[in-house]
Structure formats: C-alpha cells, structure tokens
Design a protein around this ligand. Sequence first.
Ligand SMILES: [Mn+2]
Length: 327
Amino acid sequence: MRNVAVLSHIADIDGVGAASLVRIRYKIPLSNVFFTGHDYGEVVSAEAGLRRLYRRGILLFVTDLTPGDETAPIYEKIVGSVNRNGGKVIFLDHHPWSDKLIRRIAKKCLVAVFGENRQMCATELVKKYTGLDTKFVREFAHIVHHADFYIQLAEKRHSKLVDDYAMHLAGVNMSKSYAKRIGGLRHVVAVISSGRFEDKAISEGAERFRKLNRDRIAKMLESVYRVSNRIGIGFTKQVDSTEACMAIIHKERLPMSVVVNLDHMKGSIRSTGPNITPLANAFGGGGHPHASGFSIDARTYGFFKTQTGREKFIKDVQKNADRAKLL
Ligand SMILES: [Mn+2]
C-alpha cells in the first residue's frame, strides 16, 4: 500500500524489526520506510524524506522512537502535517514520555503507546497492533524481544542471529552518509519482510564489523578512565555500544560505564544496577534505566582532539553523576 509509511529507530534490530513488520502487514514499498536516531539532524533528514508522502493522506507508523527536548518540535511538525493532510499517525514506543510530550504529540496521534515496560519491545507492539501471527513473525518477535531486553536466548541459532543483527547494523551505521545508512537498513527490512532472518550480505557485513569491533574495544580498554570507582569511561570509534560498555563494566568491575563514539559524537551509558537515565538526561539524552545515550556537542570538548577535551568531558560526567546521586 502506497499510503502507509513507517519511521523507525535507526540503531538496532528492534527498530528495524518494527519497520519490517509494518512492511509485511501493509506490503509497502521500501521507499516508504524511513529511519532516524535521536539526533536532531537525523530527525530533520527523516522529516524531509517523509514530506512527499504527506499529501496522500498517509497512515504513518512511528516506532521505537522517543522525542527529546530538541527533536520534539520536528515530531510535532510530522504529526501536524500528516493530520492536516487527512492522514493519521500511530506511535508505538516503549520508552518513558514526559507530560509535555503526551500533550504535544501523543494526544494528536490516532494511537500512541509509550512508557517503560518489560513485556513488549517495539517489534512486539507492532505485531500486536497489526495482528500479524505467522510462524515466522512469532519466531522473529521472540528473537527481537530477547535482543532488546538483553535476555539470553536458549537456541544457539537465535543468539547468533542477535549478534549478526547487532554487528551488521553497527557496520551499516558506521557510514557518515545518512542516505547510505538508510539504504543499508532498507536492505535488512527487505530481507526480513520477505520472511528470511538474514542473507549473505547481512552475515558477511556482521563478520566484517565483528573483527573491527573486537580490535577497537580491545584498544579502548587499554585506557579507561574511572570516576569515583563507580563509572568507567572509554573513548573509541564506532563500535557495538552495548558490547563496549559491558567490556568496561566487566574488566574494571564497575557498576556503570560511558563509551564515547568519536565517529558520531555520541555517548552510550550502561549499568548493571543504578538507574542511569538521569545521567543521560543531564547530557540532553535519554533512554532506559540500564541503557541510555546522548549526543555530544563536540565543540565543547574540542572534538576530543587533545587530552584537555577528554578531561573536561570526564569532569562533566563526574559532576552530572554526582548530581544524579550515582557516585
Ligand atoms: Mn526498542
């Protein structure tokens, strides 16, 4: 159907899976599948891509995405434009929303689901909303559920897939070109929506990135900075952020870690206990209690080109973590 589109989360298999299920249900062309992260620039690019569809009175699914302070006006613009042209928005998210977001965005959607929960990831929300219930969709949703909530899968074949997805998507998202990233993600959507878990391009892409990831994480671990014996901080280029954060947590025996991605100027935070969302909020980001992230205004830290820039960032982590009572 040409008048259904989806805008989903760029970064992980839950976002890509949610978009794939929308494609299975409504048989939409790949050109109606869009992705964005929580970055202002990315949301602006996604909105520009959607614009040509507004006039058709589309049914737009927005999945696995949470508007932030900076990006909320763009989401408002998307929902407003779709509504004005006789379309409808279905927002399926599973992250906490503020009252302001509910008032400004959720209330203007046909359906809006949001809020922290341990039952359903975005892919499962789409499965439930669309009523899709084939053997493939059930198995795929089962895999994504475990991937998104970091639960070990019983079947080896399934855990290999989770790793392949994470590695391949991280590799695709390494590209600095937004158009190239969208192209790579649409390929994954094409494969999954045709009822296959992966193809050669995905498994080979995963293998390439796996090696790069291993080397980069090993190098990052050589110089980890510690804040009050509570938080470990590492600097690296594009890696699998969960794996990089967990590598610090395990090696340094700390409850929390922050990994700075110097390619995309993003911070990822992981925790094995404390709620680290307030720390992400202090940097203008957000997420889940144990997995959050934020964008970094690189100019503040001189693009991390010198030791002084890194030290300033570490001090800011210390200050914000202290305020959030995490130290
Ligand atoms: Mn998700």
